[in-house]
Design a protein around this ligand. Structure first.
Ligand SMILES: Cc1cc2nc3c(=O)[nH]c(=O)nc-3n(C[C@H](O)[C@H](O)[C@H](O)COP(=O)(O)OP(=O)(O)OC[C@H]3O[C@@H](n4cnc5c(N)ncnc54)[C@H](O)[C@@H]3O)c2cc1C
Length: 420
C-alpha cells in the first residue's frame, strides 16, 4: 500500500499489540505479554530505537517487592535493610521483614527479557525511529517511523502502547527534577557494609532550592554505586556533579583511594502535572510518558510492573482493556502537597524524611509509596510530617495555577571510566 509520500512502505503487518520503545516499560510489557500460558495467543510487535541519541545509556533500577520476583535471576544485589542519615549524621536503619530492596541493571534486564522474547513465536522485534502514532478511522492504530537505513516503517496494531519519553512535561503547580550523577566505585580498602544501602544520606550541602542527598548501593565491601542526587528545578552541569561526588566520596564517606569503573546520570520528572494514559481510542501511553513515575520519589519501575501485569492479564484473557492508573488520586494529591512544601522551602528535606523513617515502619512507608496502603494508614503517615507547613500548603494548592513546564533536559555526558 503506498504511503503519503507515494513510496511503498517496507512493512504493513497487522498485530494485536504494537509496543513503541524498548526501555523499562516497553520491555516489561512485552515480557508479561509473552509469559508462558495465556488463553489468547497474541501477535506483538516491539519497536526499539536504533543505537544513537534516542537509545538511553545503561542505567540501574531499584525497586522493592514482597519476596521473590520475576527478575530475581538478573539482580546485581538485594537487601533486607535500608538506612537514612539526617544532616547531623544520625542514622535510622530500617529492617524489611517481608520486602526486599532490589537492584537491577538495565543491560541484565534486557538480556533476561530478550531470552523470553526470542522464544516467543508471536513476537516480532523491529528497530526504527518512530515518528508518529495515531488512531486509524476503521479501528486500531498506526505507527510510522524510519529504520536505520532511512526506509519507512509502518505497523498497525489493534492496541498501541507508546513509551517514548515526553518532550514536554505537562502543565503543573510544581515541577521539580530528581537529577543525579553516580559513580560505580572500586575502593582499595573494604569500606562498605554490603548488607545496608543508604537510601538517603543528607550529609551533603543543601542547595538553594529543594534538597540534596547521597545514595549508596553497596555490592560488596569494596564495590558500590555512589550517587549525588538533588530534588530541585534544574540539573547541574557535569563539573558541578563531579565536585559534588568528589566531596561526598572523599569528605563524607571517606572512601580513600578508589577507581571509578562506570558512571550513570539521570533526570527524572517530579511533577503534579497529569500525564494522560490515553492518546487515542487505541493508543495508550505507558512508563514515564503515561504517569508511572511517582511524583514524590521518582521511583517508576514497580509501577511499570503493576501496569504491565494488568494490561497483559486483560489481553491474554481476551478481556476488554482498561489500563489502570499507575498511582491513585489520593497518592498523587499527597505527593502534590509534599512537592509544593519542598519547593517553597516550607519543609526541610532532611528533617522531613528523617521524621518519616523514624516515625513510620519502613515497610509501611514503602507500601504507601507503592500505593498499597489504606486511607487511615496514609493519614498516620501524614501526621508524622511537619503538620503546620503541610496544612498551609494543602490550603494553598487549590488556588495555585498550573503553569506550562519546561522540556525534560538531556543528561550531562562524560567519559565512562576513570581513575580517581
Ligand atoms: C539513570 C536513571 C536511573 C533510574 N533509576 C531508577 C530506579 O532506581 N528506580 C526506579 O523506579 N526508577 C528509576 N528511574 C526512573 C525510571 O524507572 C526510568 O526512567 C525508566 O527507564 C522509565 O521507563 P520508560 O520505559 O518509561 O522509559 P525508557 O526506559 O527511557 O524507555 C523509553 C524507550 O523509548 C525509546 N524511544 C524513544 N524515542 C523513540 C522513538 N522515536 N522511536 C522508537 N523508540 C524510541 C528509547 O530508546 C527507550 O528505549 C531511573 C531513571 C534514570 C534516567
Amino acid at each position: 500500500m503506498p504511503d503519503r509520500e507515494g513510496a511503498v512502505p517496507t512493512d504493513v503487518p497487522d498485530f494485536d499489540v504494537v509496543i513503541v520503545g524498548a526501555g523499562a516499560a516497553g520491555l516489561s510489557l512485552a515480557h508479561h505479554l509473552c509469559a508462558p500460558g495465556g488463553r489468547t495467543p497474541l501477535s506483538i510487535a516491539l519497536v526499539g530505537a536504533p543505537p544513537g541519541p534516542l537509545s538511553p545509556p545503561r542505567r540501574t533500577w531499584c525497586f522493592w517487592e514482597r519476596g521473590a520476583g520475576p527478575y530475581d535471576g538478573s539482580l546485581t544485589a538485594s537487601w533486607s535493610r535500608l538506612r537514612v542519615r539526617t544532616a547531623d549524621g544520625s542514622a535510622v536503619t530500617a529492617r524489611l521483614p517481608e520486602l526486599r530492596y532490589k537492584m537491577l541493571r538495565s543491560d541484565d534486564f534486557e538480556t533476561l527479557v530478550g531470552r523470553r522474547l526470542a522464544g516467543s513465536r508471536g513476537l516480532r522485534r523491529t528497530t526504527a525511529t518512530v515518528e508518529s502514532v495515531r488512531d486509524l478511522p476503521g479501528g486500531g492504530a498506526e505507527v510510522l517511523g524510519r529504520d536505520a537505513a532511512g526506509e519507512r516503517v509502518r505497523l498497525r496494531g489493534r492496541h498501541v502502547f507508546d513509551s517514548r519519553p515526553p518532550r514536554l512535561l505537562p502543565p503543573a503547580r510544581t515541577t521539580l527534577l530528581q537529577h543525579f550523577s553516580g559513580w560505580f566505585v572500586r575502593t582499595e580498602r573494604p569500606v562498605f557494609d554490603p548488607a545496608v544501602p543508604d537510601l538517603m544520606d543528607f550529609r551533603t550541602p543543601r542547595p538553594a532550592r529543594g534538597l540534596s542527598f547521597g545514595y549508596v548501593l553497596p555490592i560488596d565491601a569494596r564495590t558500590a554505586l555512589v550517587e549525588y542526587t538533588e530534588f530541585s528545578p534544574a540539573p547541574l552541569d557535569a563539573d558541578a556533579y563531579r565536585q559534588a561526588l568528589d566531596h561526598y566520596t572523599r569528605e563524607v564517606l571517606r572512601l580513600g583511594p578508589f577507581e571509578v569503573t562506570a558512571r550513570e546520570h539521570g533526570a527524572i520528572p517530579m511533577t503534579d502535572g497529569r500525564f494522560p494514559r490515553r492518546a487515542g481510542r487505541s493508543v495508550y501511553r505507558i512508563g514515564t510518558a503515561g504517569g508511572a513515575t511517582r511524583p514524590s520519589t521518582g521511583y517508576t519501575f514497580a509501577a511499570v510492573q503493576r501496569q504491565s501485569r494488568a494490561i497483559a492479564a486483560a489481553l491474554r484473557a481476551g478481556r476488554p482493556l482498561r489500563v489502570p492508573a499507575a498511582h491513585s488520586r489520593r497518592s498523587r494529591a499527597m505527593d502534590a502537597v509534599m512537592l509544593r512544601a519542598l519547593d517553597t522551602g516550607r519543609i526541610d528535606g532532611s528533617d522531613f524524611f528523617g521524621r518519616l523513617f523514624r516515625g513510620v515502619p519502613a515497610e509501611r512507608l514503602l507500601t504507601f509509596l507503592d500505593g498499597g496502603s489504606r486511607w487511615y494508614e496514609d493519614l498516620l503517615i501524614g501526621v508524622r510530617t511537619p503538620v503546620a507547613p503541610m496544612l498551609r500548603t494543602v490550603a494553598e494548592l487549590p488556588f495555585t495555577p498550573r503553569r506550562p513546564a519546561l522540556p525534560l533536559p538531556p543528561p550531562p555526558s562524560g567519559p565512562e571510566e576513570s581513575r580517581s
